[in-house]
Every structure is written in C-alpha cells, then in structure tokens.
Design a protein around this ligand. Sequence first.
Ligand SMILES: [Zn+2]
Length: 136
Amino acid sequence: MLTLSEYEEGLRSGKLLGLRCASCGGVTCHPMPVCQWCGGRSLERTKLSGAGELTTFTVIRVPSEGFEGEVPYIPCLVKTEEGPCVVGRLDYDAERATQAAQELLGKRVRMSGAYTYKGDKFSGGAHSCPVFEVTE
Ligand SMILES: [Zn+2]
C-alpha cells in the first residue's frame, strides 16, 4: 500500500517509491491500486533507484493558469531502470534543452530532488513531482 501523499512525501525526502507486484514482479510507479503490468492487487512498497532514461520532454514557456511565475520549465517522462515511466521535471537550462533536444533524448538521468508546485483550481492543492538531472 502506498498512497499518493506517501509517494509525494517520499519524493520530498529524496526517495522514489513504487509498488512491486507479487504476481509478476513488475514495479508500478506512481502508486496505483493495481499493478500497471498485470492488474494484480498484491503489491508491496519498494524503493526505486531514481535512475533511468530520458524518454521525452517539452519546454513550457507559456504558463497555464496558476503557473505564471514558473516558466520556463521542462516537464519530462523518464523510463526508470525498474520499468515504469515517471513524469517529473528536468533540471536543465531551457535554451540548451531547446537547441539540443534530439541529443538529450535517451540520456541517462537520475532523480535529484523534488519540486512542489502550489497548485491551482484544477489540482486540489499543492503536489510534488520528482526532479531529474542528466548524468551523462
Ligand atoms: Zn503484476
């Protein structure tokens, strides 16, 4: 069992937590009530390494409502070593990321911390996401 608030608490203390499935051995992250690979319900909390591969990203320059002070920032999708893909932010210069987009895809990354955004009328309050840095 791993609630969303426990997951986010883990992020803020530098840990990427997920769930390991007793049926197929797969890791689910972020937390869900069933295994993302086989639908199994017997899940145990596990700690992921935080390392993975940068699958895709985008540079946000025009803020959505509630994010006016945040641009530019870089949401990214990371395929973790353990299998699941995790959404986070990439800690990288926005201009360099724009110019070197194709070179950055597939690079090794590691979780370097957490980012907490204050929330807007759609999010039901503040939430945290992992922050990744390029390690190669
Ligand atoms: Zn499973």
